[in-house]
Write a protein that binds this ligand. Structure first.
Ligand code: IPD
Ligand code: CA
Ligand code: CA
Ligand code: CA
Length: 255
């Protein structure tokens, strides 16, 4: 199964590479900040065609075309291009994120960091890897020495989930906070021990599903802001090395 998920991500990655820095059509979804390009759509179409051929009975949830429910315990959760804003502006930080659930549990996840040609992957109980190299979260337990990462929703003008106040709090209580623009890559960098922690207030299942398993299989912890198991439909996510989890929870809940 994992090999097939990787194959699907690579097919999508080729489409994305081909479209990078080319004159492509861009549409707005909800406002001027929220873009979808023809490459997002082509990538998604290619992944869904692949699934229809290889696993015709499986259900699919994909960002641009929504849900195709079939009578199956398997469901693919797809972000065909995570980091569309970066892609549209030519910033080489974007990914393809694909997870497969069996009976509502994510059993495998792949994030393809396209321009670095880095394939992050995990299977439940089997560890997490990047291009075959085993991943391990960082050992840092001091929030003041932590490098954190976050992201902002497209409706940041409405400040959902106190996103702005929470950002300021972590700026003041960590070494630094980054904003890369691809939640799936943010999660992989937590798994790799580059970032010590990642939080975001308003994500969708396709942003989180694959990366969550990759962090957990690298020894990290992923919850909502109440320290409960992550609900993929629950919007909020906190993913850390485990050692700074409680400290981040405390600050997240101080707003
Ligand atoms: C976005 C990215 C970004 C995050 C946004 C997401 P998209 O996904 O993951 O890092 O901050 O909340 O919507 O739209 O580029 O697939
Ligand atoms: Ca999007
Ligand atoms: Ca996304
Ligand atoms: Ca996307």
């Amino acid at each position: 199964m994992l090999d097939k998920v990787i194959e699907a991500a690579q097919i999508a990655g080729e489409i994305i590479k081909e479209g990078y820095r080319k004159n492509i059509s861009i549409e707005y979804k909800t406002n001027l900040a929220n873009l979808v390009t023809e490459i997002d759509k082509k990538s998604e179409e290619a992944i869904i065609n692949f699934i229809s051929k290889e696993f015709p009975g499986h259900s699919v949830l994909a960002e641009e075309s929504g849900i195709k429910e079939r009578d199956s315990e398997y469901k693919w959760i797809i972000d065909p291009l995570d980091g569309t804003t970066n892609f549209a502006h030519g910033l080489p930080i974007f990914s393809v994120s694909i997870a497969v659930q069996r009976s509502d549990e994510v059993i495998c996840g792949v994030v393809y960091d396209v321009m670095r040609e880095a394939i992050y992957s995990a299977e439940k109980g089997g560890g997490a890897f990047c291009n075959g190299r085993k991943l391990k979260v960082s050992l840092n337990d001091d929030l003041r020495k932590s490098l954190l990462v976050t992201g902002f929703p497209y409706n940041i003008d409405e400040n959902p989930g106190h996103a702005i106040e929470r950002f300021v709090i972590f700026l003041k209580n960590s070494r630094a906070v980054r904003r890369l623009g691809s939640a799936a890559i943010d999660l992989c960098y937590v798994a790799e021990g580059i970032f010590d922690g990642f939080w975001e207030v308003s994500l969708n299942p396709w942003d989180m599903a694959a990366g969550k398993l990759i962090v957990e299989e690298a020894g990290g912890v992923v919850t909502n802001f109440n320290n409960e198991p992550l609900d993929l439909a629950g919007k909020q996510i906190l993913a850390t090395n485990g050692k700074i989890h409680d400290k981040m929870l405390k600050l997240l809940n101080s707003v």
